[in-house]
Ligand binder design. Structure first.
Ligand SMILES: NC(=O)c1ccc[n+]([C@@H]2O[C@H](COP(=O)([O-])OP(=O)(O)OC[C@H]3O[C@@H](n4cnc5c(N)ncnc54)[C@H](OP(=O)(O)O)[C@@H]3O)[C@@H](O)[C@H]2O)c1
Length: 331
């Protein structure tokens, strides 16, 4: 396992991050402990969480797992979505989103559930159309000054929203944005056009999620009875809708064939493909059991050549460039 700087910060994190979205949802406490141990044994030191996951249970389970060695790990959490109904302010008013009232309550609740007095990386889980970035970022800056969080991250923003946030932190001398968390896999490559070049230019850490496209790139849905397969696409309508386009099935089939022809596990290869994009600090992996997670953990053992990376990239369509005419000669 290699360790890379978390963006422009002074700390280093493993080249794989473990996602804990399954803790308390798919993986019970015992299975979560086994997943956590397997990840630590492989050298992972960064664990991604959110207040939303399993209605707060994921934070509780992670908090229990790290309590004996808190200083040895880097943890994240996120806020935006309502987790419970707040007295005096439900989701229709200020009980959700990135306003000061909600963020303050959400962070205190996360610290309690995680049983810690600081969170290393605190993400805004998505952009809030109903709140100014000035309000959210001044609140997060206060959290940093109070020692409750160390670094600020942003997830699921558009490139212009990320850059607007970066500009506001510079203008007001707030704690900087350290990292971002976009979706990235062979079937969802939108971030290649603007977000990843922006991140490289701004020296932002990039922790990309869903490297297996929610399980599609494992190849397990490429069977006649795909509706009978155990997995998220058959359990969560949101994931089914996200990946149901027929072209995704063709790409996944070509990808799985490519992996097998090269004697590689498609799961390991899909994650290595994401992780070897020069802008990515670490893909965030996940699973329901330690056994299921093994090929994901083993992804770091694949020697990815430029040629292989190009061949895999050619199996799906790269997004349009961010500006017109950028492919034309400059002189
Ligand atoms: N910021 C955000 O908005 C956001 C959104 C999503 C995720 N995340 C983070 O990213 C992490 C990873 O995301 P993800 O879970 O979507 O990643 P993913 O790598 O695309 O999907 C992981 C899923 O693939 C399936 N899988 C993995 N290994 C398998 C195997 N050996 N055999 C069969 N199926 C296998 C499992 O799902 P099934 O068993 O259900 O098939 C597993 O949970 C999350 O834990 C979370 O921390 C962040």
């Amino acid at each position: 396992m290699k360790y890379k700087r978390l963006g422009n910060s002074g700390i280093k994190v493993s080249e794989l991050c473990l996602g804990t979205m399954t803790f308390g949802a798919g993986a019970d406490e015992q299975a979560s402990a086994e997943i956590y141990k397997a990840s630590r044994d492989k050298g992972i030191n960064f664990f991604d969480c959110a207040n939303l996951y399993a209605g707060g249970q994921s934070e509780q389970i992670l908090g229990n797992l790290i309590k004996d060695h808190r200083e040895e790990v880097v943890i994240s959490s996120k806020a935006y979505f309502p987790v419970d109904s707040y007295a005096g302010g439900g989701a229709e008013t200020w009980g959700r989103g990135l306003n000061r009232t909600h963020l303050t309550r959400a962070l205190d609740d996360s610290l309690k559930r995680l049983n810690t007095d600081y969170i290393d990386v605190y993400y805004m889980h998505r952009f809030d159309e109903d709140c100014t970035l000035e309000e959210s970022l001044s609140t997060l800056n206060d959290f940093v000054r109070q020692g409750k969080i160390n670094y600020i991250g942003l997830s699921n923003f558009a490139a212009w929203q990320y850059m607007k946030a970066v500009g506001i932190t510079r203008q007001h001398n707030y704690a900087p944005i350290a990292c971002i968390q976009p979706m990235y896999n062979l079937l969802k490559r939108q971030c290649e056009s603007e977000i990843l070049p922006m991140a490289e230019s701004e020296k932002l850490g990039v922790f990309s999620y869903s490297p297996l496209a929610g399980g599609v790139l494992t190849g397990k849905y490429l069977v006649d009875n795909k509706d009978g397969v155990d997995g998220r696409l058959n359990e969560m309508a949101m994931y089914k809708k996200r990946y149901e386009a027929t072209r995704n099935e063709y790409i996944a089939a070509d990808f799985v064939n490519y992996a097998r022809e090269n004697g590689l596990d498609p799961i390991s290869l899909a994650i290595r493909w994401a992780g070897t994009n020069s802008a990515i600090t670490a893909p965030i992996i996940g699973g329901r059991s330690a056994e299921q997670l093994m090929p994901s953990l083993n992804s770091v053992d694949i020697e990815m050549t430029d040629e292989m990376r190009a061949e895999i990239s050619a199996l799906s369509v790269a997004p349009e460039t961010a500006t017109d005419r950028s492919e034309e000669p400059r002189t």
